[in-house]
Design a protein around this ligand. Structure first.
Ligand SMILES: [Zn+2]
Ligand SMILES: [Zn+2]
Length: 62
């Protein structure tokens, strides 16, 4: 039973980590909201950053 619990704990941790790494945008930013809505952010600055393969730093400050 203990083994099963630890496997479950590891699996939960792994999924949490992969979920956190999944979104490259700052939580609550325009890009984050757009992504969650299944779209791309339409802000000019964000579109430019996306073209360059980056994340807009203006809107996604760390
Ligand atoms: Zn944006
Ligand atoms: Zn932006």
């Amino acid at each position: 039973m203990k083994t099963l619990l630890s496997v479950f704990a590891v699996a939960t941790m792994m999924s949490t980590i992969s979920f956190a790494a999944d979104s490259k945008f700052k939580e609550g930013s325009c890009c984050d909201k757009a992504e969650k809505a299944g779209k791309k952010c339409e802000h000019a600055c964000c579109v430019e950053a996306d073209k360059a393969g980056k994340v807009c730093e203006k809107c996604n400050k760390k």
